[in-house]
Design a protein around this ligand. Structure first.
Ligand SMILES: Nc1ncnc2c1ncn2[C@@H]1O[C@H](COP(=O)(O)OP(=O)(O)OP(=O)(O)O)[C@@H](O)[C@H]1O
Ligand SMILES: [Mg+2]
Length: 239
């Protein structure tokens, strides 16, 4: 469903991503791990249209999308939770979710998987906070609203940039179940994550990024035991 083919991207004169290639299949959960500065968030920004791709291709459902602006990538089924969450802080939780739901409705009923009720089922705390301005929520609560908002865009590919950041350990554990439920709705997940434990439980296989390149690809058989693998931990820690 998604194929990233030897893309190069960066900022101004700086090249960050060099010949990055990866795939995500239908219903698949794929993790991207790597040390700080590896280019993981730059990859996310290149996927969702916030950073131009300088060479290479991004193909989704057999269609080239790397030339499309961000909103048309949303329409192509890519939902993204960015590192900084990017919610409208002064608006209420309800309004943030409604705006996304309206955008998601444009995809038509065929792709409709998530409603406000299904988001409340995934994140029950949201119900009590629907009328609060988002900026009054804790960082972890905002993270959950950001995931809910991305789902209301009715993606068939959800890209999560380090969703566990700022979440309490108990909630990090619940993310495994939440991602499983999202995948159960037929949504593929590309999970950028430094928490290898979470990533190995929530994704089927992984790519390791370093210095703007994919330096390793870990298949399903090795990925399940990844947390116990020291060489992998070294790669993840950047040693
Ligand atoms: N707006 C920007 N302008 C210039 N350089 C940037 C910008 N954003 C990121 N970079 C550089 O791109 C490189 C990759 O950054 P990126 O945020 O993609 O890494 P990351 O793997 O997501 O790291 P982290 O784990 O800390 O989130 C870094 O060297 C960073 O300094
Ligand atoms: Mg990052």
């Amino acid at each position: 469903m998604l194929s990233v083919e030897t893309i190069t991207a960066g900022y101004g004169a700086i090249t960050v991503l060099r010949d990055v290639s990866l795939t995500v299949g239908a219903n698949e959960g794929v993790a991207v791990i790597g040390p700080n500065g590896a280019g993981k968030s730059t990859l996310v920004r290149a996927l969702c249209g916030l950073n131009p791709v300088r060479s290479g291709r991004i193909v989704k459902d057999n269609r080239e999308i790397h030339g499309l602006p961000a909103h048309r990538r949303t329409a192509a089924g890519i939902g993204v939770v960015l590192e900084n969450r990017r919610l409208f802080g002064e608006l209420t939780v309800r309004t943030n979710l409604d705006l996304a739901a309206r955008e998601g409705d444009k995809r038509g009923s065929a792709g409709r998987r998530f409603s406000l009720d299904s988001i409340l089922a995934l994140f029950p705390f949201i119900e009590q906070r629907l009328d609060a301005p988002v900026e009054l929520l804790s960082g972890g609560e905002q993270q959950m609203v950001a995931i809910g908002r991305a789902l209301l865009l009715q993606p068939d590919l959800l890209v999560l940039d380090e969703p566990s950041t700022g979440l309490a350990p108990k909630i990090v554990k619940s993310l495994v179940g939440i991602i499983a439920r999202i995948r159960g709705e037929g949504v593929s997940v590309l999970l950028i994550e430094q928490n290898v434990q979470l990533a190995s439980e929530a994704a089927d296989r992984a790519y390791v990024m370093k210095l703007g390149r994919v330096v390793d690809e870990i298949g399903p058989e090795n990925w399940r035991g990844a947390v116990k693998d020291e060489s992998l931990t070294r790669a993840y820690l950047g040693a």
